[in-house]
Ligand binder design. Structure first.
Ligand SMILES: CC(C)(COP(=O)(O)OP(=O)(O)OC[C@H]1O[C@@H](n2cnc3c(N)ncnc32)[C@H](O)[C@@H]1OP(=O)(O)O)[C@@H](O)C(=O)NCCC(=O)NCCS
Length: 167
């Protein structure tokens, strides 16, 4: 599973928009699959089997956070797993384009850290394309640092960074 990111910004997204106070965070629900699949296809350019999301959510339900609009529709999500002792791994993280730069990603990441610490996990890891400056800046703000260069990590041959931070 690779965290593949789109580096292109939506038109007008460079301008900071108003905060999104109407956004709620909750756990993953089965009905989220179509919308999350659309966000993943657009933001991460991946098309996973729809059964992957419920299957991953069963491993650590609290690690799969969904941000929703007032209609309870997903507008972003963070899918974390804990497959290595003591570690949280961020497998997928994306916010739908119209909602970016409004603090939704920050809320997802903050809530994820709370849940990872509640599980007594001590370290968080992730992978990111070396070209994904937006995500790398975001993660650096969260004090993630590069721990490894993953040569040819992505299916199109692009290198990835592994990044990590203590929790
Ligand atoms: C990475 C991603 C999830 C971040 O989500 P987001 O909702 O835009 O994140 P936020 O709005 O919380 O933060 C984005 C920026 O807006 C800024 N911001 C957020 N709220 C703000 C506020 N109230 N005032 C000022 N700035 C604010 C943040 O400081 C942040 O700045 P940074 O670029 O220095 O990190 C999003 O860009 C995305 O989906 N990208 C495509 C998919 C992707 O690359 N995923 C990662 C794969 S590894």
């Amino acid at each position: 599973m690779r965290c593949i990111a789109d580096t292109a910004r939506a038109p007008g997204s460079d301008a900071f928009r108003s905060l999104a106070p109407s956004v709620e965070l909750r756990g993953f629900k089965g009905k989220d699959v179509p919308t999350i699949s659309r966000i993943v296809a657009d933001a991460l350019h991946e098309h996973y089997d729809p059964g992957l999301y419920p299957s991953l959510s069963q491993q650590w339900p609290e690690g799969f956070l969904v941000a929703t609009n007032p209609s309870d529709q997903p507008i972003g999500f963070l899918l974390g797993v804990s497959q290595v002792e003591g570690e949280a791994r961020i497998l997928m993280f994306a916010v739908d384009r119209p909602w970016r730069n409004r603090g939704v990603g920050t809320r997802l990441m903050d809530a994820f850290f709370v849940r990872a610490r509640a599980r007594a996990l001590r370290r968080a890891t992730l992978e990111v394309r070396v070209s994904n400056a937006t995500a790398i800046r975001f993660y650096t703000r969260y004090e993630f640092s590069v721990t490894d260069l993953l040569r040819g990590y992505y299916s199109d041959g692009e290198n990835g960074y592994q990044m990590a931070r203590p929790l």
